[in-house]
Design a protein around this ligand. Sequence first.
Ligand code: HEC
Length: 167
Amino acid sequence: MNKQRPIMHAIVLTALVMIPVLLIAAPSPTGKPGSIERGRYVVKISGCNDCHTPAYAQRDGQVPERDWLTGDGTGWSGPWGTTYASNLRLKLAALSEAQWLQLARTAQYRPPMPWFNLRAMSDGDLRAVYRYVRHLGPAGVAAPAYVPPGGAVATAVVRFPGPPPAQ
Ligand code: HEC
């Protein structure tokens, strides 16, 4: 009996040391900063697909990744006219990483694009988004062009109720 004690101690000690080591080594679901994995995670949780991927919201997110961010032909109509969520696969294919960072920090798009969310992202997350979208590669066709207020709209639209309420 006594002879087995040291062995038991060794097993318990090894387990105590290995558990934290394994936990640290386990791949993080959020990806390493600036990585493609991180980009996929940020795109997924920050809602880009809801507008920039055809039928993503209607299909509860069940759209193959190869179709993500290829733009959408449903218009968003309001006092600003009608906007279409752009094809980001084509857009980012035409930009360098530095140009993307500059754009994300300065561009102010029409509603309902949450450009302010891009500005709130860290450089690391913006770089990760860029690398992820470039990793997916260019695909699809350009979304319909913006239509100014009063112009003829040839697509289905989501209509916003009117000007924003006064603050
Ligand atoms: C609520 C819908 C919506 C969401 C969510 C959204 N976008 Fe957009 N996005 C749009 C629309 C609509 C436009 C076109 C705006 C315009 O015409 O000014 C646009 C335009 C853009 C553009 C400009 C592209 C160009 O052709 O110049 C970029 C870049 C962009 N979105 C990136 C993103 C990213 C990255 C996310 C996720 C963090 C995101 N968008 C989330 C609707 C959305």
